[in-house]
Design a protein around this ligand. Structure first.
Ligand code: ADP
Ligand code: MG
Length: 366
């Protein structure tokens, strides 16, 4: 199904990713309709239509389905019930339910990556103290315990270090953390990967199976939150190709339509290990807005609308820096910097840890 100009893309979720998707859609002459429970979502400012309702409001969802040509989403935790309901209405949802379902559960995600022959950290499912102990015996220490579902920006995970002599005490601490974050949910224990750097691939697959991959970005996280994404990444061509091959295989295996973000650890020998994927546009791809002719947002809209994908040519070197919490108070100073593209998301409350905007510093491609 192809969405013609003046058609409408429905977007579940109204955060900054929805906002940038809606802006890209408008540039292509497409309308957007945002569905989001918040009544002051950042994407509402720039969309053609908005529904503020809960994801289990079937009346609102029905009206939404009838008002749009195709549905996409800007966050991976779309409730399974909403996806199932949209399915009963024969709504077209891109990327599909499989990509969403796997990415919502770190255990399914690791199983999936290994099944396609790519590498992950060693891991073990944890549901109680016994399975945690079994997991530590298997993957060793240091290790990271993560909730299987709903973790983001480093939330819902805790490290179990080498120094902990008492596994049981570390477990109590880990469980306490997990409880505080998301409640006592099933978890996964991962071996700590001694990575040299982190990279991500932003890739797209069109309705006809065409795949386009942007240059890998090198990512630095601070306190579990993405701080900077730099392009080009300091990696060999061989490492870049390995990561691109994995991302392409994932897209095909998921029969994916849209943009995906795949995070990798790069080891000292140049090999790549998949950390996780996001079935959506990704924070580490924001540099494409200013570093490429066609951004990840436009590419995603092209894919879900059934349009041809663009070649992901990069015309600039770029360093994207997130503006977290009060960082955005410096907007005046940042706006005065030359060759710095400033993006503010229109959020009113600069809470600590909240993504308020980003800047991308660009230079001619080196
Ligand atoms: P989130 O969903 O919060 O982004 P991630 O699984 O990507 O969670 O973890 C956040 C960050 O924590 C990663 O980008 C990486 O820096 C670090 N990290 C996560 N898992 C591992 C691991 N197994 N080994 C080493 N570092 C890790
Ligand atoms: Mg991550």
């Amino acid at each position: 199904m192809i969405v013609q100009p003046n058609g409408t893309i429905g977007i579940l979720g109204g955060g900054q990713l929805g906002r940038m998707l809606a802006t890209a859609a408008a540039q292509l002459g497409l309308r957007t309709h945002i569905f989001c429970p918040d009544d002051r979502a950042p994407a509402f400012d720039v969309s053609s239509a908005a529904t503020s309702a809960s994801y289990d409001d079937e009346t609102a969802l029905t009206e939404f389905v009838n008002a749009v040509d195709v549905i996409t989403y800007e966050f991976e935790n779309v409730p399974a019930g909403a996806v199932a309901f949209l399915n009963t209405m024969n709504a077209i949802v891109r990327p599909g339910a499989k990509a969403l379902q796997i990415s919502q559960d770190r255990l399914l995600e690791k199983d999936f990556v290994n099944a396609i022959g790519a590498k992950t950290a060693d891991y073990h499912a944890v549901d109680n103290l016994d399975s945690l102990n079994a997991g530590l015996a298997k993957v060793g220490r240091p290790a990271i315990l993560k909730t299987r579902r709903l973790g983001y920006d480093g939330k819902g995970q805790t490290r179990i270090t080498n120094e902990d002599s008492d596994i049981s005490a570390a477990y109590q601490q880990a469980i306490k953390f997990a409880w505080a974050e998301v409640g006592a949910e099933p978890s996964i224990l991962e071996a700590y990967v001694p990575f040299e750097r982190e990279i991500s691939i932003i890739a797209a697959r069109g309705q006809n199976g065409d795949i386009q991959l942007y240059d890998p970005a090198e990512n630095v996280h601070v306190d579990g939150i993405l701080h900077t994404s730099s392009v080009p990444a300091s990696i060999s061509g061989r490492t870049a190709e390995k990561a691109k091959t994995v991302a392409g295989a994932m897209l095909n295996e998921l029969d994916y339509v849209g943009v995906i973000g795949v995070e990798f650890f790069v080891l000292a020998d140049g090999d790549v290990v998949v950390n996780e994927y996001a079935p959506r546009v990704h924070n580490s791809g924001h540099w494409t807005l200013d570093g490429c002719a066609v951004s990840q947002f436009e590419q995603h809209i092209r894919a879900v609308a059934g349009w041809p994908l663009a070649l992901p040519h990069r015309h600039s070197d770029a360093v994207m820096q997130n503006l977290i919490g009060r960082d955005s108070d410096r907007w005046r100073e940042l706006a005065a910097e030359q060759d710095t593209c400033i993006h503010l998301y229109g959020k009113c409350d600069a809470r600590a840890g909240r993504k308020m905007g980003h800047v991308t510093r660009i230079a001619p491609k080196g």
